[in-house]
Design a protein around this ligand. Structure first.
Ligand SMILES: O=C(O)CCC(=O)C(=O)O
Ligand SMILES: [Fe+2]
Length: 301
């Protein structure tokens, strides 16, 4: 069973909400969070906005193809991400945007803070996506405060680490599963997320499957307005394995599907080495290493 958590209860420190989040973080790996500051209307607007972008001709999207850059901002064409080395590159396409650094920030040269690349169409795309980015980061921070409490740390434990978040907002577009797809082809192949917390909105249709600890796959879906959350590799490392990163995938089926993950990651100079280990592992290096493994254009050949 995937826990269902009320965000307002979590903010209030409600015991049940906190203990449900503890179960999600340490056992099931996934939860559904509802009653956040983001309404179903807002999420539908974002999904419709991404859909209008994905419907543009490929030549148009190619003008902001991330493959021509050394970073991961803009359009990711089908086949541009390979999250599992034993599977083929994913057949999904996607659009990634990131945190807007002030222009004089000394971190401006880092790929993890690369400037977003915006399409000329559809109208209003940038405004809708940036507004959602800001508000989704707020919702994610609220979940992290609950997580801190759930793992017996002070509620503000993570706050200082996320003031310049390497947060990446993605729109995923899965077409109908292609007729040519083999058992090595996926919408997105089996993977764990790379960062700390993923806040996932979807169009409500099924497709996501979560690996059960005992084996097998559990379908998880949530209507727009509810969010699927899970934890990534960085949080697993940082928490000394207390919080777990859980593998998941989308095989794809007979319908198109849009999902919108916010990958919520701390500032690049955060030490995410296991707490108490005395080691140093910078969040920026951790994240960049995972990007270099999985984005085809960043893979070392
Ligand atoms: O589309 C989904 O439901 C999951 C997407 C996902 O796992 C990802 O983008 O990391
Ligand atoms: Fe994922």
């Amino acid at each position: 069973m995937i826990p269902m958590i009320d965000a307002a209860d979590l903010t209030a420190g409600d015991k049940t909400a906190v203990s449900d989040l503890r179960v999600a973080a340490t056992q099931t790996g996934f939860a559904v969070v509802r009653n956040t500051a983001l309404s179903a209307e807002r999420v539908n607007e974002v999904i419709d906005t991404y859909r209008a972008f994905f419907r543009l001709p490929a030549e148009e999207k190619a003008r902001i193809d991330m493959a021509r850059t050394g970073a991961n901002r803009g359009w990711g064409a089908p086949g541009s991400e390979q999250v599992d080395a034993s599977a083929n590159p994913d057949y999904k396409q996607f659009f990634d945007s990131g945190f807007d650094l002030p222009f004089d920030d000394p971190r401006a040269g880092l790929a993890v803070y690369a400037p977003s690349r915006w399409p000329q169409a559809p109208d209003g795309f940038r405004e809708v996506i940036q507004r959602y980015y800001t508000d989704a980061c707020g919702v994610a921070m609220g979940v992290l405060r609950g997580l801190a409490q759930a793992i017996d740390a002070p509620r503000d434990y993570f706050d200082g680490a996320f003031d310049v978040p390497m947060a990446l907002l993605r729109g995923n577009y899965y077409p109908e599963r292609p007729a040519w797809a083999t058992e090595k082809d996926f919408g997105i192949a089996t993977h764990t997320d790379y960062g700390c917390l993923t806040l996932l909105a979807t169009d409500g249709s099924p497709g996501l499957e979560v690996r059960r600890r005992g084996g097998g796959w559990l379908p998880v879906s949530a209507a727009p307005g509810a969010f699927i959350i899970n934890f990534g590799d960085m949080m697993e490392t940082w928490s000394n394995g207390v919080v777990r990163a859980t593998p998941h995938r989308v095989v794809g089926g007979d319908h198109e599907r849009i999902s919108v993950p916010l990958f919520f990651n701390p500032s690049s100079d955060t030490n995410v080495a296991p707490i108490g280990s005395g080691e140093v592992l910078l969040a920026g290096d951790h994240l960049q290493a995972r990007f270099a493994e999985t984005y085809v254009h960043l893979q070392k050949k």
